[in-house]
Design a protein around this ligand. Structure first.
Ligand code: GLU
Length: 332
């Protein structure tokens, strides 16, 4: 059997918080428990959101916790570069493949136009799928190469046509290791989705798939907030002729008011906890307990958590952080 390859793929937009660390821990445990390879990939395509220094900080913080990586920005490896902003040529190549297979079309509508034109019977606040009626009947022969030429020539911010993926009317079925069998018809839930945005940026859905396939990722472990992207990614992988990895989505950590933690929750970053004197073992023990891996709430070494790791122990519910979280941690 081939060696398992899993990845952690942070976006360097802020310091990692307890929720990010919990997901990274599970991704690492799953690979290490199977003697596989851990890959670190930086997802920095959204340049305006990138904060300088956060890529290094993320790696350092997880290293403090006891997690290590076999391939990545600092380790190098056979699939370098491991930084998405240096991988544009891979995304362009993948778009060419999809274009040649007839999967793509240009779309000049803004998000507002699309919401307006959509007649789907959804409530006012729910996402409406891209209306199939907006697919062009005919395409200009050279639209794809002309669009790339236009993007290359332009040196100022401008809007181009977006490139969308023509979604086949097909039920996607996959087994998530935490949530079980998931079925989704992307044409009904999302419709034709964007692979290259109107500002010329490659979309997350495309970049993640191209990189997972190119880096021979065999298992994707990430937060539950990305569960809704998985069917789209499977469609893309199939269209590109790649191998679909296994998926596991880790329940989220929420604050006491039930909101998903964000990088703005500064007091819950690994940096802030460390500055308050929390140790890696205290945080590891707390996270392992919240995940269902360790019965009692106590400090644990990374090896102890690794010894107890099993997917069927992972709790399916999101974890709500109590308000006295830091005090509890420090008492462990
Ligand atoms: N870069 C994404 C994030 O930080 C993760 C993407 C993925 O794991 O597919 O949320």
């Amino acid at each position: 059997m081939q060696q398992k390859r899993g990845r952690y793929a942070p976006s360097p937009t802020g310091y990692l918080h307890v929720g990010n660390a919990r997901t990274a821990l599970v991704a690492w445990l799953s690979v290490r428990s199977a003697y596989g390879r851990c890959i670190w990939r930086l997802e920095d395509l959204d340049k305006p959101r990138v904060v300088p220094g956060m890529a290094e900080a993320a790696e350092e913080d997880l290293h403090w916790l006891g997690l290590d990586w076999d391939e990545g920005l600092t380790q190098g490896g056979p699939f370098k570069p491991y930084t998405q902003s240096l991988r544009h040529s891979y995304y362009e190549q993948a778009l060419k493949v999809l274009h040649d297979k007839g999967y793509l079309f240009p779309c000049s509508y803004s998000r507002k136009d699309i919401q307006h034109l959509s007649t789907a019977p959804h409530g006012p606040n729910t996402h409406k799928p891209y209306p199939i009626s907006l697919r062009p009947d005919e395409l200009q022969e050279n639209w794809f190469s002309e669009l790339f030429e236009e993007i290359k020539q332009s040196n100022k911010p401008t809007t181009f046509a977006a490139i969308r993926f023509k979604v086949p009317d097909q039920m996607i079925t996959f087994k998530d290791r935490v949530y079980g069998l998931i079925e989704e018809n992307v044409l009904e839930s999302v419709g034709d989705f964007v692979l290259k945005r109107r500002d010329g940026m490659y979309a997350y859905q495309l970049a993640v798939v191209v990189d997972d396939v190119a880096m021979e990722i065999s298992e994707v472990v990430r937060g539950t907030d990305l569960l809704a992207s998985t069917a789209r990614q499977i469609l893309l992988i199939q269209a590109l002729g790649g191998i679909v990895p296994e998926y596991a989505h880790v329940p989220l950590v929420r604050n006491a008011s039930g909101e998903k933690l964000s990088k703005r929750d500064e007091s819950l970053t690994l940096r802030a906890l460390r500055a308050k004197g929390v140790t890696a073992e205290q945080l590891l023990g707390y996270m392992a307990h919240s995940l269902g891996l360790v019965e009692s709430l106590r400090s644990c070494t990374v090896q102890e958590v690794l010894d107890r790791f099993a997917w069927d122990r992972i709790k399916k519910e999101d974890f709500i952080l109590p308000t006295d979280f830091v005090d509890q941690l420090k008492k462990l």
